[in-house]
Design a protein around this ligand. Structure first.
Ligand code: ADP
Ligand code: MG
Length: 314
């Protein structure tokens, strides 16, 4: 039996399938579908650590917080991160538990609220670039900038939007807890939304910051930190492609680290979507990782059997 460890980073499509299906019930239904595929993997003997995004869910919390401002305190971004890790972890834990019961598998899932250390001197803090929350008018944006000190940008006619820093993840704070759970053969859900970004202050205490860590980068760091045998990125496409969406599109089956670097440099992988995934995989392999796979949830089983997906190897 296979007892290797895989970090599986699930994409936004594992919770929100389309614009019309965003309610919590819809998200749970989507989570059940994705966890079904992950349970297949677990049944094959893989020890799995699931990581996930939280962009839309943080957006919902911020919007509620904004609408309720006259009555209730607003929610800081690090607390939004913790809230969504808990809520999404809950959905995954329940979906997995129900899958295990149906299959007669003696397995349990547990969520670790995960902090991720970033460097307070990270240049990203000087250049906030990640848009979050809703669009607003210039009149509404002004006090946010002047009184609350937000960085805001005007987004091509759609209005003003807050931007926060997207620093590099340096260390998974709860890595020992995650490792212990894996050793006890728990399925672990962690590093949700890229983790809650924290810095170390002058006294060496951790403090949450108003920033967002890329979930693919944080998942890659986690995979390296626990010495995972496989880093699997589950997203909305079966494979990565060269010349994506162009007439000469070419799906990639198996590429080397050197090829991944070359195609990345040639601009084949879009900046806000496939680019960070390939970068995350490059870093995992550079830190000694042995194999990475990119595919969509429904093809995880076939991809692990070598029949599809994009494999990236040293
Ligand atoms: P996730 O929520 O999983 O992070 P993203 O939307 O950020 O998903 O990234 C996945 C998307 O990247 C795919 O759905 C696809 O539209 C897009 N994409 C961009 N470039 C490529 C490429 N070269 N090959 C395949 N997909 C690509
Ligand atoms: Mg993404």
């Amino acid at each position: 039996m296979n007892t290797r460890v895989a970090v599986v980073a699930v994409g936004g499509n594992s919770l929100i399938k389309d614009e019309k299906h965003k309610s919590v019930q819809d998200q749970y239904a989507a989570a059940c579908e994705s966890m079904h595929h992950i349970a297949d993997m677990i049944q094959e003997g893989w020890n799995v650590v699931v990581t996930h995004g939280n962009g839309p869910q943080v957006g919902f919390i911020l919007r509620r917080s904004e609408l309720a401002r006259h009555e209730l305190h607003e929610v800081p971004l690090d607390a939004c991160g913790a809230d969504t890790q808990g809520a999404i972890g809950y959905m995954f834990q329940q979906a997995l538990r129900n899958e295990f019961k149906r299959r007669g598998l003696k397995k349990e899932a547990a969520t670790v609220v995960t902090q991720v250390l970033v460097d307070r001197a990270d240049p990203a803090f000087q250049n906030p670039s990640k848009p979050i929350g809703s669009f607003m008018s210039q009149a509404d944006a002004r006090p946010k900038i002047e009184i609350e000190g937000w960085a805001m940008i005007e987004d091509a006619g759609r209005g003003w939007r807050r931007v926060v820093a997207s620093p590099q993840p340096k260390q998974i704070v709860e890595v020992n807890a995650i490792n212990s759970l894996i050793r006890e053969s728990f399925v672990v859900i962690s590093v949700g939304g890229g983790g809650i970004p924290v810095i170390e202050n002058e006294e060496g205490d951790l403090v949450g910051v108003e920033a967002v860590i890329d979930k693919d980068y944080a998942s890659s760091l986690l995979a390296s930190s626990i010495g995972a045998d496989l880093f699997l990125i589950s997203t909305a496409v079966e494979k990565a492609a060269l010349n994506y969406n162009k007439p000469d599109q070419k799906w990639l089956d198996r590429i080397t680290l050197a090829e991944a670097r070359q195609y990345q440099a040639e601009g084949h992988f879009a900046k806000g979507s496939m680019g960070p995934k390939i970068q995350a995989i490059i870093w995992f392999l550079e830190r000694g990782g042995q194999q990475a796979l990119l595919t969509n949830p429904e093809n995880i089983g076939r991809a692990l059997a070598g029949q599809t997906g994009t494999w990236i190897v040293p």
